[in-house]
Design a protein around this ligand. Structure first.
Ligand SMILES: Nc1ncnc2c1ncn2[C@@H]1O[C@H](COP(=O)(O)OP(=O)(O)OP(=O)(O)O)[C@@H](O)[C@H]1O
Ligand SMILES: [Mg+2]
Length: 228
C-alpha cells in the first residue's frame, strides 16, 4: 500500500545542507497500525510529510496505493491527499469560528460532496469519536482531548484509506491521550491504515508495529509481541 525506496530529503538553508532523511526504505501494508518514534530532529515529521505528499523528497521513490508519487502531477497529488489520506496534527488546527461539525465537514468540500450531505456526514464522523452531542460547540467550548477527537473526526470524514498523525497526543494529558489512542485503535479495527509519529510512550502499546528513527534513518522495525 505504501512503499518507499531510498528516500532522501535535504533541506538547503543558506550555506548549510540539512540531511533530514538519509535513505529510507520501508513498506506498509493495508490495515497496519504503525508508530514511528525517535529523538527530536531524527526526521519523523519529514518522513510523514513525504508519505502524505505534503513535501517532495530530494531523491528516492514513494508509491502510494499503487501510484508512484513523482509520476503524479500536483493536481493528482492533491486529489489523492483530499480523497484518501486523513491528517491529524499535534496542534489540533481547528478553525475557531466554525462549530465542531463545520470543522469536520471542511474536507468534504475538497472531496466535492454535495453541501446538503455534509452536515449528515460530519455528524456521523463525530459519532465515531463519541462527540455527536458536541456538534454545535465551538473549539473554545471543548476540552483539549475533545478538540483532538474533532480533528480525528475531520480526518475520518472522507473515509480515508490512510491516516497520518504527527504527535497527536503531544498537547494532551494522559487521560485524554488514552482516549485519543482508543479512537485510533477503533478506526484501525475498522480497516484504516494508521501511521502515528510520537515521542509519547503512552502511544506504543496501541500500535502493532514500531519503527525507530535515528538521524534520518530507520534504525529499528519491530512487531509488537501481541496485539493490544
Ligand atoms: N523546513 C526546514 N528547513 C530546514 N531544515 C529543516 C526543515 N524542516 C526540518 N528541518 C531539519 O530536518 C531535521 C529533521 O526534522 P523533523 O522535523 O523531521 O524532525 P522530527 O523527528 O519530527 O523532530 P521532532 O520530534 O522535534 O518533531 C531537523 O534537523 C530539522 O532541523
Ligand atoms: Mg516532528
Amino acid at each position: 500500500m505504501i512503499e518507499l525506496v531510498d528516500v532522501k530529503k535535504i533541506y538547503k538553508k543558506g550555506k548549510i545542507d540539512v540531511s533530514a532523511l538519509r535513505g529510507v526504505t520501508m513498506q506498509v501494508e493495508e490495515g497496519e497500525f504503525l508508530s514511528i518514534m525517535g529523538p527530536s530532529g531524527s526526521g519523523k515529521t519529514t518522513l510523514l510529510n513525504a508519505i502524505g505528499l505534503l513535501d517532495e523528497p530530494s531523491s528516492g521513490t514513494i508509491c502510494l496505493f499503487g501510484n508512484e508519487a513523482s509520476g503524479l502531477g500536483r493536481r493528482d497529488q492533491a486529489r489523492l491527499r483530499g480523497t484518501a489520506i486523513g491528517f491529524v496534527f499535534q496542534s489540533f488546527n481547528l478553525v475557531s469560528n466554525l462549530q465542531a461539525w463545520q470543522n469536520v465537514a471542511l474536507p468534504l468540500r475538497y472531496a466535492h460532496v454535495a453541501r446538503a450531505d455534509r452536515r449528515k456526514r460530519a455528524i456521523e464522523a463525530l459519532g465515531l469519536v463519541g462527540l455527536q452531542d458536541r456538534a454545535d460547540h465551538y473549539p473554545s467550548e471543548l476540552s483539549g482531548g475533545e478538540e483532538q477527537r474533532v480533528a480525528i473526526a475531520r480526518s475520518l470524514v472522507i473515509d480515508p484509506k490512510l491516516i497520518l498523525a504527527d504527535e497527536p497526543t503531544g498537547n494532551l494529558d494522559s487521560g485524554s491521550g488514552n482516549d485519543v489512542m482508543k479512537q485510533f485503535q477503533l478506526v484501525n479495527s475498522l480497516g484504516t491504515t494508521l501511521i502515528v509519529v510520537t515521542h509519547d510512550v503512552l502511544v506504543s502499546p496501541y500500535a502493532r508495529r514500531h519503527l525507530g528513527m535515528l538521524d534520518g534513518r530507520i534504525e529499528s522495525d519491530e512487531m509488537a509481541p501481541s496485539a493490544n
